[in-house]
Design a protein around this ligand. Structure first.
Ligand SMILES: Cc1ncc(COP(=O)(O)O)c(C=O)c1O
Length: 372
């Protein structure tokens, strides 16, 4: 029985050949970091997102920490969702700040305004909004307005949201800056890598310094900031560039599978997917389905894999951060929605080269496994 994998990167033959040819050239000329490919990757990503500036870095984690250092969160509180990946909150701590967790809304798993109201402290300087599963929450503008009223900045961890929009506006452009991850399971990848986007020239310039050991210029050895080696290499950048150029195609293929799931799941499976409205474009980083009843997710995953050859994708997320051992010091508050959605949802396999036949097999297996 061949397995349907949870995710699969998309590199058509043509792209593999092109990338290989560029890497061959880099190896012969020795220009392996901070060169023309990194610049091209930044320019094309900024254009795609409709941002003035993009700064390529070594990972999505670094793309959060660098702006937080520039925003000077040291000793300050930053509101972050408890329903997010470890790195969102860890980056706050690495930049010297304190994460304060907030709950989510069940409709799209993203931050809840009423929870932000409850959790804000006199020491709060900003909010990190995460566009879970590639959906730019309908509350994004309202959260940005709330931040303005309170004198806070809004930063978007858009690690999931390449190409995703709300009212035609790209993820990462609603606040001071946004970050993206190019980890291999993301909708586009550079193997490892990350990108900061911003319309603020000062943030972009400082990010460029931070990523290269805080040096005041590439060719000088004066260190003006406490930077680090957060650079993206040229081979990574050229892989990322090939993927930016494919992103529209990748997202169209993902949307077609998601549409198939929406229709085929229909009334046959109790529960439903996260809804995406006409004014939202989701890249379907994850196809999230909330079953109508609480089920043993581990047992379901095992059964789907062993009996039907279907691998469910990883959750977003299985454990809210306030339950992670490392964050116990910062875990104050009640987060009932995050507790519920983290425990309950599943993510169906989805990747650009998935066939309709494979998607049909996923739905049929799920129906049988849940109803049988
Ligand atoms: C929401 C979120 N933020 C940050 C990251 C970190 O990205 P990276 O793995 O590229 O450092 C991820 C990666 O999985 C993520 O999902």
């Amino acid at each position: 029985m061949s397995l349907i994998p949870p995710v699969k990167a998309y590199f058509p033959e043509e792209d593999r050949q092109w990338i290989t040819a560029q890497i061959e050239e880099m190896l012969s000329n020795g220009q392996l970091t901070l060169g023309k490919w990194g610049k091209a990757f930044e320019e094309e990503f900024a254009k795609l997102a409709g941002a003035d500036h993009a700064v390529a870095v070594g990972s999505g984690t670094e793309a959060i920490e660098i702006p937080l250092r520039i925003l000077d969160v040291a000793g300050k509180d930053v509101l972050v969702p408890t329903n997010t990946f470890f790195a969102t909150a860890a980056a706050v701590i690495h930049a010297g700040g304190r994460p304060v967790f907030a709950d989510s809304e069940p409709s799209d798993f993203a931050l809840s305004l009423s929870s932000l109201e409850k959790q804000i402290t006199p020491n709060t300087v900003g909010v990190i909004l995460v566009h879970i599963a590639g959906i730019v929450s309908k509350r994004t503008e309202a959260i940005a307005d709330w931040c303005r009223q309170k004198g806070l900045w809004l930063f978007e961890d858009a690690a999931h949201a390449h190409g995703s929009t709300l009212n035609g506006k790209h993820a990462g452009t609603f606040g001071v800056a946004g970050s993206f991850s190019f980890y291999p399971t993301k909708v586009m990848t550079s193997a490892e890598g990350g990108m900061i986007i911003t319309n603020d020239q000062k943030i972009a310039e400082e990010a460029g310094l931070y990523r290269d050991q805080g040096k005041t210029s590439f060719l000088e050895n004066t260190h003006g900031k406490l930077g680090y080696n957060w650079r993206l290499s040229e081979p990574h950048a050229v892989i990322g560039l090939a993927q930016v150029r494919r992103l529209k195609e990748i997202n169209a293929k993902r949307a077609a599978i998601a549409k198939f799931y929406d229709e085929a799941l229909g009334a046959g499976v109790p529960g439903g997917p996260l809804t995406v409205s006409k004014n939202q474009f989701s890249n379907y980083y994850k196809y999230v389905f909330l079953p109508g009843k609480v089920l043993d997710r581990k047992a379901l995953k095992k059964k789907l894999k062993e009996k039907y050859g279907v691998c469910l994708a990883g959750e977003v997320y299985e454990t809210p951060l306030h339950h992670q051992p490392v964050f116990q010091k910062w875990a104050g508050g009640a987060f009932p929605v995050a507790e519920d959605i983290c425990a309950r949802h599943i993510c169906l396999p989805l990747f650009p080269s998935m066939t309709t036949e494979e998607a049909r097999q996923v739905v049929a297996s799920l129906k049988e496994a849940l109803n049988g």
